[in-house]
Design a binder for this molecule. Structure first.
Ligand SMILES: Nc1ncnc2c1ncn2[C@@H]1O[C@H](COP(=O)(O)OP(=O)(O)OP(=O)(O)O)[C@@H](O)[C@H]1O
Length: 371
């Protein structure tokens, strides 16, 4: 039987709706279904406030589709209903603090700039963006490190395909791991995957500061910090105690993610960390066989949001199977397909970001060397 939309919808009818009554097709949650080269793409439209709780439903939908004979892969994303939310007014643009008004924080010797990559909510592709951005900064000629500050759910070992433990040098400093020409440090290198870690605020703070200051990073032009999602202890520690050059906010185009992104931006502004820009991830969809572009996920929301809050817009990353598959395999797309269109997108974003850092108040323009 040929794989078509009806086959997919029939399989999806076996997935219960959010309140365990009916099914996701009849409840009207399933977007247009797109099939290309045996791979199936669609989104499930859910109320913004229930997105986190409905992640298992998304997984169930992905599972049943993957089980259909002939399906080579499935990419299912949750999208939030686009409705005006009067209870969540847009935050007012605030003036960027000047370098002079920022409190001085002890720098890290050898590290020229520290860039936090953050998102207001989980699952928007922050870690994927952080790792590809770090590799793209390397590709434009910079010395780069990446610090995985997500002590609750470290993802750098998987994303960079690194196993093993870092060595200690001089009995005090830890030597960072190295892969694809960038240095990397993550709590995931120090504890076994799956080890339950219960972190309280002060522990998070000291773990992060150790990973920053007690690691032999050497000379770096940029240290990219993959922040945990949200606006909790880790963000505050980083933002308050670490001399961040600035923050990059990753968001998907949907309202829900944008509302959360706004909270993240507000937090950085409150602690006087400049927002270097916004990246829209999963912005549009590229059909793998024809290369045609589809705006099925509400493309453009982050660009509008950036304009509304006077933050620079750094670029749009498409939703593609190759980004996900390479991430899962530990070979991020920027190194797996360095001449491909996705690597080009990340390199453009890296260049825009580096220019942005150069023009941030009180900073000297760094030079970019193209290899
Ligand atoms: N542009 C993209 N195209 C396709 N898949 C993507 C893209 N960006 C991220 N993904 C996939 O989406 C999933 C979530 O990405 P990722 O782990 O980077 O998100 P996150 O925001 O860091 O999540 P968490 O909150 O769990 O740390 C992963 O399976 C990843 O491979």
């Amino acid at each position: 039987m040929a794989l078509d939309k009806n086959t997919v919808l029939a399989a999806l009818k076996t997935v219960r709706g959010p309140d365990l009554s009916g099914n996701i097709v009849e409840d009207g949650l399933v977007s247009d279904v797109f099939i290309s080269d045996g791979k199936v793409y669609f989104s499930l439209n859910v109320p913004a406030e229930r997105a986190r709780e409905l992640e298992p439903m998304r997984q169930a939908a992905e599972r049943v589709v993957k089980a259909i004979p002939g399906v080579k892969g499935a990419l299912v994303s949750l999208t939030a209903e686009r409705k005006a939310s009067p209870s969540q007014p847009a935050s007012r643009p605030q003036p960027q603090p000047s370098a002079a008004s920022r409190p001085t924080k002890a720098g890290v010797p050898g590290i020229k700039t520290i860039i936090a990559v953050a998102s207001g909510k989980g699952g928007v592709g922050k870690s994927t963006t952080a790792v590809n951005l770090a590799l793209a900064l390397k590709a434009i000629g910079l010395k780069v490190g990446i610090l995985d500050a997500d002590v609750y759910g470290p993802s750098m070992p998987r994303l960079l395909g690194i196993s093993g433990r870092p060595e200690q040098i001089d009995g005090r400093l830890i030597k960072p791991m190295e892969k694809y020409g960038i240095k990397a440090m993550s709590m995931g290198f120090l504890v076994d995957e799956g080890t339950a870690m219960i972190w309280r605020g002060p522990m998070v703070q000291s773990a992060l500061l150790q990973m920053l200051r007690e690691v032999a990073w050497g000379e770096l032009d940029a240290l990219v910090v993959d922040m945990p999602p949200g606006t909790g202890d880790a963000q505050l520690t980083m933002a308050q105690q670490v001399p961040l050059t600035g923050a990059v906010i990753v968001s998907t185009p949907q309202d829900l993610a944008l509302i959360d992104a706004r909270k993240g931006i507000a937090m950085f502004k409150k602690v006087e960390v400049p927002v270097l820009g916004i990246i829209e991830n999963m912005s549009y969809f590229i059909a793998p066989d024809t290369g045609a572009r589809y705006d099925i996920f509400g493309h453009g929301g982050a660009r509008k949001e950036a304009a509304a809050i006077s933050a620079p817009f750094l670029g749009e990353v498409p939703l593609t199977m190759s980004i996900r598959e390479h991430s899962d395999a530990g070979t991020p797309v920027v190194v797996a397909e360095p001449e491909g269109p996705q690597a080009a997108v990340y390199k453009e974003i890296a260049t825009a970001l580096w220019q942005q850092i150069g023009t941030a108040p009180g900073r000297q323009a760094p030079t970019i060397v193209f290899e």
